[in-house]
Design a protein around this ligand. Structure first.
Ligand SMILES: Cc1ncc(COP(=O)(O)O)c(C=O)c1O
Length: 372
């Protein structure tokens, strides 16, 4: 084990951008297409193949993807939507944007994904949909959730490469939403994708994502749509990233194995669980820290020049949500305990194996210093 701190700061999750992405952007700019155009169409076609889905629509973010999906399902004022609280606030915000109320179900102790039994207890006459999150890249329990008989909008922001019981994420829920944000497994900087096998939803989502322009001087719109289309400049980056998706997945899988081995004997450091029946997208490597206060450990790692992050602070505990919880919102003991313990270690295809070894060595030094 290295006895001394790393000389330079190891970023938590830098994007893996090369000359190929830079050239693709330059080519797009030279082409004259700045907004949605042929590259966006190509991205949709390629993602249809990749996700094995009937329809893929490119949009401006996963937040927009989730929002438009709920709008397309008719979620509105007075409705409730069941989701989880250990997620990026966007998952819940979009429910509020529809005028509906998020109802948070507690999560499974092992994967931190929505606990289908807890979700079932929360269904009321007002429940309009369920939004499970494939947290860190582990698909939620989609079969158990389907039994509830509610439309499922899957938040697969972390899960581009995931498979659930052999089936590609993107084909199982009514709608699956992915993110192309800067840190994501297919990173364009910003952007999102909606996958669905339902023709009716695809048509409605297509109307909602952008106000269509007519072919002549006259134009008409079928619905008062949003402005949530993807630019070709970003689609060009995503296309190059898609070419590398398997190569990047292999690097992250190797890094995950290094971490698993490197922390195996540390008491009070435990990786969040995975379901061996599924393909995990390895978007994040998250441990639960119980040997010392998580925030102290994060600060100590920063002093060691190791960048980390927290995924996530429970949404229901954030200022915006404290006063807008459903009257029947249950206690969320598993979520709250996890929210105080989770710590995400550096994981990116831009990192070398030695970077990951540095992060492990630093964590082991911090463990030796702070435990007990
Ligand atoms: C679980 C989850 N859902 C939704 C989002 C929103 O994605 P976007 O930034 O593309 O809107 C994120 C973003 O980090 C996320 O982590």
């Amino acid at each position: 084990m290295e006895a001394t701190r790393r000389a330079t700061f190891l970023s938590f999750q830098p994007p893996a951008i090369t000359e190929a992405e830079i050239e693709a952007v330059a080519e797009t700019l030279r082409s004259g297409w700045l907004t949605t155009g042929p590259r966006t169409a190509e991205l949709e076609a390629r993602m249809r193949d990749y996700l094995e889905a009937r329809h893929v629509l490119a949009v401006s973010s996963c937040t927009a993807a989730l929002h438009l999906s709920l709008v397309a399902l008719g979620v509105g004022p007075g409705d409730e939507v069941i989701t989880t609280s250990i997620t990026w606030p966007a998952t819940a915000n979009v429910i509020v944007h529809c005028g509906a109320t998020p109802v948070f179900a507690d999560v499974r102790e092992d994967t931190l994904n929505i606990d289908p039994a807890r979700a079932a207890e929360l269904v009321t006459a007002r429940t309009k949909a369920i939004v499970p999150v494939d947290l860190y890249g582990q698909p939620a329990d989609l079969e158990e959730l389907a039994v509830l008989g509610l439309p499922v909008v899957e938040d697969a922001a972390h899960a581009a490469e995931a498979r659930y019981r052999g089936r590609k994420v993107g084909t199982i829920a009514d709608v699956t939403c992915l993110s192309l944000y800067a840190t994501k497994n297919i990173a364009a900087g910003e952007g999102g994708l909606i996958a669905t096998d339902r023709d009716d939803l695809a048509e409605t989502l297509d109307d909602l994502r952008v106000m269509r322009r007519g072919h002549g001087a006259l134009y008409d719109i079928a619905v008062p749509g949003y402005k949530a289309n993807l630019s070709d400049v970003l689609a060009a980056i995503a296309l190059v990233q898609l070419d590398k998706v398997e190569q990047h997945a292999a690097i992250r899988a190797r890094h995950v194995a290094l971490y698993d081995e490197g922390i195996a004997d540390l008491d009070g450091v435990e990786a969040v669980g995975r379901d061996a029946r599924d393909v995990h997208a390895n978007h994040l490597y998250v441990v639960r820290v119980t040997f010392a206060d998580r925030d102290d450990v994060q600060r100590a790692l920063a002093d060691e020049n190791i960048g980390t992050s927290i995924h996530f602070l429970p949404v229901h505990s954030l200022s915006a949500y404290r006063d807008r919880l459903a009257p029947h919102q249950p206690e969320l003991p598993v979520t709250e305990r996890a929210g105080a313990e989770v710590l995400s270690l550096p994981l990116s295809p831009a990192h070398s194996d030695d970077d990951v070894r540095d992060a492990i060595a630093a964590l082991r030094r911090v463990h030796a210093r702070l435990s007990g």
